[in-house]
Design a protein around this ligand. Sequence first.
Ligand SMILES: Nc1ncnc2c1ncn2[C@@H]1O[C@H](COP(=O)(O)OP(=O)(O)OP(=O)(O)O)[C@@H](O)[C@H]1O
Length: 242
Amino acid sequence: MIGLEISHVSYSYGSSKALDDVSFSVKAGRFCALLGPNGAGKSTLFALLTRLLVTGEGRISVAGFDIARDPRAALARIGVVFQQPTLDLDMTVRRNLNYFAGLHGLSGRPAAAAIEAALTQLGMAERADERVRALNGGHRRRMEIARALIHGPEILLLDEPTVGLDAASRQAITDHVHLLAESGLAVLWATHLVDEIRPDDQAVVLHRGKILSNGSADGLPGGQGLAKAFLTMTGEKREVPA
Ligand SMILES: Nc1ncnc2c1ncn2[C@@H]1O[C@H](COP(=O)(O)OP(=O)(O)OP(=O)(O)O)[C@@H](O)[C@H]1O
């Protein structure tokens, strides 16, 4: 089944084209890395997928729902982890999640069960009654991912979710999110860090608003590893961790 389908999507800020005829899809159960250097258009695409921005060019379908024609149904099937954390540091993990559950119309036992299940999926159940302020950066991110799962989305969008985290926390988070994909979610993970991708993941390379390639990560051209391929394709000179 198709989870997320993006067809011929373009977007301009005034006269500057940020996305140019972008098409790709992410099937349910797949982890898709959206790879692109700064300014590639990743955040613009995420803004279109979450209706923060709207475009008249192209079509976005979420779990079969057209985001322009049926935004409510489409957005109900998306979970999002934005680049910037949006947690209340002085509330407990559970209260933060409870508040978010309420925004999705969940309360009482169904909310408690959804929160428990989401925290368990991220290995955070035992921290439910701690204040967010007491958690390290990696655990805060895991909590944000749990929060994005409460309403039972079919698509999970993560915009550079490991920025600022140490290597162990990054590894734990990428492992957890790969497991979520294996459990049936369509995952779109924006990053410029190629070490977060596994060989059998789908890799979409975006550069200056255009798709340069889309396929299995181990099939990227270059022949000398993913980092090299990425740098070769985008012409970036800067070092990317391998
Ligand atoms: N509000 C805006 N007004 C004008 N141009 C913008 C705006 N936001 C982004 N852009 C431009 O659109 C292009 C794509 O930017 P975008 O932020 O989507 O890329 P990105 O891949 O998310 O980069 P980063 O990793 O730095 O966040 C860039 O050229 C950027 O300068």
